[in-house]
Design a protein around this ligand. Structure first.
Ligand SMILES: Cc1cc2nc3c(=O)[nH]c(=O)nc-3n(C[C@H](O)[C@H](O)[C@H](O)COP(=O)(O)O)c2cc1C
Length: 169
């Protein structure tokens, strides 16, 4: 439970089928950060259909599955990349356990979420189109009924259009 003293980079990841793991490896290599796997003591089933049922049950129970390892000296890290798959619309419950296990004060968390197949479906439906760089936005950032939430996506959209060179002014 140490507070932030250092400025090293930690790349923590949870991965079932390997996507988040591969991306975490790339981030660790490019940033020089230390890799840490967020692994539950109890393994998830190997087949997708069984895994989604197990994950759903854990989520419904708001479970905090025990993890099989711990970060040695969390205090040395100032930057934490957190790589995980979207499981039933949110974090796998083991990532909840991880995030509640340490004191992240003074640290910056950079989330990387990998998710389902909607982009593949666009490619299949429009095989002759070029698919440009997309923007992923959380539903909870765009609720038009809540004024406190519209600022961040507006900023994100503007930055995205600028990056694409598609701003009219
Ligand atoms: C238990 C489970 C639940 C999932 N729930 C969602 C979901 O709600 N939305 C989504 O877009 N993808 C969902 N997926 C797809 C994963 O997010 C996607 O396959 C991801 O790339 C897997 O990452 P990994 O290879 O690091 O495990 C789910 C996959 C699993 C196994």
């Amino acid at each position: 439970m140490a507070q932030s003293q250092g400025n090293k980079v930690l790349v923590a990841y949870f991965s079932w089928s390997g996507n988040a793991k591969a991306l975490a490896g790339q981030i660790a290599q490019a940033s020089g950060g230390d890799l840490f796997e967020i692994k539950t003591v109890k393994a998830y089933p190997d087949t997708y259909n069984e895994c989604i049922v197990a994950a759903r049950e854990e989520q419904n129970a708001n479970a905090r599955p025990a993890l099989s390892g711990a970060v040695a000296d969390m205090g040395q890290y100032g930057t934490v990349f957190l790589c995980y798959p979207n499981w039933w619309g949110t974090l796998p419950m083991g990532v909840f356990t991880f995030l509640e296990s340490y004191d992240f004060s003074g640290k910056t968390i950079y989330p990387l979420v990998t998710h389902g197949r909607s982009l593949d479906d666009i490619k299949k439906l429009c095989p002759k189109a070029a698919i440009g760089e997309g923007l992923s936005v959380s539903a909870f950032d765009t609720n038009p009924k809540d004024n406190t939430r519209v600022t961040a996506p507006h900023r994100d959209v503007t930055a995205w259009l600028r990056k694409l060179g598609l701003t009219a002014r």
